[in-house]
Write a new protein. Structure first.
Length: 325
């Protein structure tokens, strides 16, 4: 979703909004700039009904903008609220919230942070789609919204025009992901540096879910991961990685998934795709050379993996984020 010019992001808040989630959106999208320093987004907070909105802290926020903002927005983001409403107690939208969401134009990108996903589900926007929410709310979410394909293990989901994220910190991952898709890795990485957060976190929220302790804490797989990142262009096998940690393949695979949240193969593919995107954006290397540099071997393999990740071919991606040279 490459975006030209300033893009209006409406943050639709409700009573009980978490200040951190609201601040995340403003900080990240508000920090995104073009190479000449031009702001790439206009971020506006709005509410179903303008006025004082209670937060989950000991203060309120004044929100003078109402639902008319969502009617003009290119992106609408719904943060969580720690005051349960009809979306979490009855599986439906309240009158004011339903009226606000009805103002969203067709084609608008809609995203949620944490349990803001209950709002999107109540509106029917997630029916038949893959979505996530905070792992502590996953069971309740499934009971209320069985038609949603809930994945509680990931940090965020991207269904094109509908995106969801897990806990509040996963909202950072989601916002950076949207910025990256809109304007490329260079802009997203600059936003991450300004905010002093990683541009991409490994794995999903599965690694944060408490589990019964069955054995002493497992050693980290960080040595193998660091080595793999330095050797992406080479063939990398599970036995190679396991040997670096001096464990069996079975033990390494289990520890890796527990620590990172995905399988070694999934993680490695993601790293190679991200490296390919960086090279497409910042170099004039031929597609075949990039495929070899990142370990996909052939241009055909790179095209297949990039298309699966972002929906476009390497040449189309380069045209969008690097432009003609």
């Amino acid at each position: 979703m490459a975006i030209d010019g300033s893009h209006l992001v409406a943050v639709l808040v409700r009573h009980g909004v978490m200040p951190l989630e609201l601040g995340i959106v403003h900080q990240l999208f508000g920090s995104a700039q073009s190479p000449d320093g031009r702001p790439l987004y206009d971020v506006v907070t709005c509410a179903p009904e303008p006025g004082d909105i209670r937060t989950d802290a000991d203060f309120t926020i004044r929100v003078p903008q109402g639902a008319d903002v969502v009617a003009r927005a290119g992106t609408v983001i719904v943060p969580a609220a720690h005051v349960p409403d009809e979306t979490e107690t009855e599986g439906r939208l309240g009158t004011a919230l339903a009226a606000a969401l009805s103002r969203i134009r067709p084609g608008t990108r809609i995203a949620s942070i944490c349990t803001g996903s209950f709002v999107l589900a109540a509106a029917g926007l997630l029916d038949g789609r893959r979505a996530t929410t905070h792992w502590r709310s996953a069971g309740h979410f499934r009971e209320l919204y069985p038609r949603v394909r809930l994945d509680p293990d990931v940090l965020y989901t991207d269904e094109g025009d509908i995106l969801t994220s897990a806990g509040e910190a996963a909202g950072i991952d989601l916002c950076l992901h949207m910025i990256r898709n809109d304007h490329g890795a260079a802009v997203a990485n600059d936003v991450a540096r300004r905010t002093i957060v990683p541009p991409y976190r490994d794995g999903g929220q599965a690694q944060y879910i408490p589990r019964p302790v069955a054995e002493p804490a497992s050693p980290s797989t960080s040595t193998a991961r660091a080595w793999a990142l330095r050797h992406l262009g080479e063939p990398i096998s599970l036995p190679d990685l396991a040997a670096l940690e001096s464990v069996s393949v079975r033990t390494f695979t289990r520890r890796f998934r527990e620590e990172v949240g995905v399988s070694p193969a999934q993680w490695l593919t993601r790293q190679r795709v991200d490296r390919a995107r960086q090279l497409l954006e910042t170099t004039d290397l031929p597609i075949e050379k990039i495929a070899a540099e990142v370990g996909f071997g052939t241009a055909v393999s790179l095209r297949q993996h990039l298309h699966a990740a972002v929906g476009v071919s390497p040449r189309a991606y380069r045209r969008t984020f690097r432009g003609p040279r």
